[in-house]
Design a binder for this molecule. Structure first.
Ligand code: ADP
Ligand code: MG
Length: 333
């Protein structure tokens, strides 16, 4: 069964950036305002993420890496998450099947932090040692360390690109979350370096973060767009590039209900809006945050696909398209 579990885990965790996305979402779910990421060899050797969120209760440490554990947890009170994305409780379990996972965590009401190591979903320790969580020093929050990713899946490891390519993918994921979560400070760096690729603060705005990450040439060309439609049950905020500004390739940052996702229909719509506006070969920058009634989201999508479908999709996307066109027209009158 451990082979079956490993294969299933490999379906959820494709590469370092994808493990990181899951870990980042957990930090944000835990209410963190500060998230620090440290990476070695593109995350294949070492990937660490430290947050100042609510931590994990000591009693829960034994089961956090079991599959579908979410509903069993002591502190499970966030029902909105179930409604939004269907609780999955698969990320930590999956990572523990394809890497060495260590959690150090402290809740505010605990006098000390606890550290626990996991293999294949279970607490683990070197032979002859007790695998119970060990008390240790630590700040409130959680630090998760993933080491030797795919150590037991050599073919998967081989299929990945270079560490620097994997690192770029990690930076891309962190950048997107940093832009969406202004009010949370993010940093992402390689082990042993002082300055990171991403560095945002708690007091910077969305636009500040876009400027910090993508540069002034992008941020100064953005138009703000905001809309809400009760009949279609959605609201949205967006920063979209002006018609006279084009990039080498399309940059689409899409968040639906605060989750980084993909949507074919939104991607097509963005292409449609800009093809007639931009010179041939030019591409737009679009950051779109869409809120949809949780019950209108199709939660039965495969966890790896990140592709989302929702009720009245065509109508909602069309409405957003009209908003985009309106803003672009006004700006270029
Ligand atoms: P899910 O997020 O779908 O519940 P995960 O496997 O990602 O499943 O995480 C399992 C559980 O571990 C979470 O529900 C949460 O209770 C706990 N957890 C994971 N990461 C953190 C974190 N950074 N801070 C606090 N709790 C966490
Ligand atoms: Mg999670």
């Amino acid at each position: 069964t451990s082979v079956v579990n490993r294969i299933a885990a490999g379906e959820v965790i494709h590469r370092p950036a994808n493990a990181l996305k899951e870990l980042l979402e957990n930090c944000l779910d835990a209410g963190a305002s500060q998230i620090q990421i440290t990476v070695k060899e593109g995350g294949l050797k070492f990937l660490q993420i430290q947050d100042n969120g609510h931590g994990i209760k000591k009693e829960d440490l034994a089961i956090v890496c079991e599959r579908f554990t979410t509903s069993k947890l002591k502190q499970f009170d966030d029902l909105s998450r179930i409604v939004t994305y269907g609780f999955r409780g698969e990320a930590l379990a999956s990572i523990s099947h394809v890497a060495h996972l260590t959690i150090t965590t402290k809740t505010a009401d605990s006098p000390c932090a606890y550290r626990a190591a996991y293999v294949d979903g279970q607490l683990s320790a070197p032979a002859g040692q007790n695998s119970d969580p060990k008390p240790c020093a630590g700040n409130n929050g959680t630090q998760i360390t993933v080491e030797d990713l795919f150590y037991n899946m050599p073919t998967r490891k081989k299929a990945l690109r270079s560490p620097s390519d994997e690192y770029n993918r990690i930076v891309d994921v962190v950048s997107r979350y940093a832009i969406h979560n202004h009010g949370v400070s993010f940093s992402c760096k390689k082990v042993g370096t002082m300055t990171g690729e991403v560095q945002t603060n708690t007091n910077t705005s969305t636009l500040d973060n876009i400027r910090q990450i993508y540069g002034t040439s992008v941020s100064s060309e953005l138009l703000f767009c905001e809309a809400e439609a009760e009949a279609l049950n959605y609201s949205m905020k967006a920063y979209i590039s002006n018609a006279n500004y084009s990039m080498k390739r399309t940059t689409l940052l899409l968040f639906i209900n605060n989750r980084l996702v993909e949507s074919d229909s939104i991607k097509r719509m963005v292409d449609t809006v800009y093809t007639s506006l931009l010179p041939k070969g030019g591409h737009p920058f679009v950051y779109l945050s869409l809120m949809i009634k949780p019950e209108n989201i199709d939660v039965n999508v495969h966890p790896t696909k990140q592709k989302v479908h929702f009720l009245n999709e065509d109508h909602v996307v069309e409405a957003i398209q009209e908003e985009f066109l309106k803003i672009l027209e006004n700006a270029n009158d």
